[in-house]
Write a new protein. Structure first.
Length: 228
């Protein structure tokens, strides 16, 4: 089976319970659509569990992007001039929930810190999978600066991690193509905490780290929804 979840935000206990609920096995694949880290206090634990599973495939979210930029600037290994000062980059990440992640990384031995940073840097921008007669295009937030003439590879990381989706907008004319995204909690869209299906959009951030929110998981093979 092929599954997708998003915006775990350091909620390790919910993540593990979800794997148990779906009976996740070596024969399955799980795509995690970004924002694995920050806000919750067990981001490092989630990352270590994900990286030991070759069938868990991470896609980058805005929180991973913020963390990487802040860390790379701090380590003096960013290859381009940052848009704002080092202090601003770091404080922006911390204010956005990065403090818990930073504390978790700081407790690790230096070699394990580098393992975490290397793993975050391997998160991909998007992934498309075919299941039966359906194609699921997975990104963190949807497509900013969208054009049907663009290839997926034409979009920048910022196009794919910061966009706020319009569930009433159909990206692709082919109704067998679905865009699966997280980033914006469903309660901010329709007041609910369940997966939204609309106009070829499947929005799966159900606010796991927020009061009253849930961690959601969708099985592409059966379209069954799971919640913790």
């Amino acid at each position: 089976m092929i599954y997708a979840m998003s915006d775990i935000h350091g909620m390790y206990d919910k993540y593990i319970k979800m794997l148990e609920l779906i009976k996740f096995s070596d024969a399955d694949d799980l795509y995690v659509l970004g924002d694995v880290i920050d806000r919750g206090d067990k981001s490092v634990e989630v990352l270590f569990d994900m990286m030991k599973r070759p069938n868990v495939h991470p896609i980058i979210g805005n929180h991973e992007l913020m963390a990487l930029i802040a860390i790379y600037v701090k380590l003096n290994c960013l290859t381009v001039e940052p848009p704002v000062s080092e202090d601003s980059l770091f404080s922006n990440w911390l204010v956005s929930g990065g403090e818990a992640t930073l504390e978790g990384i700081a407790k690790l031995p230096n070699d394990q810190r580098l393992v975490i940073i290397d793993y975050l840097s391997e998160f991909v921008l998007y992934k498309a999978v075919d299941v039966g007669d359906k194609t699921f295009i997975m990104v963190h937030s949807g497509f900013d600066n969208f054009s049907r003439e663009k290839k997926l590879s034409d979009y920048t990381v910022n196009d794919l991690v910061w966009h706020r989706p319009d569930p009433g907008f159909r990206y692709f004319e082919d109704e067998s193509i679905f865009v699966v995204a997280g980033h914006t909690p469903t309660w901010a869209i329709n007041g609910g905490n369940s997966i939204i299906h609309s106009c070829g959009n499947i929005l799966i951030d159900c606010g796991a780290c927020h009061e009253g929110g849930r961690l959601a998981c969708l099985c592409f093979d059966t379209m069954e929804e799971f919640y913790i």
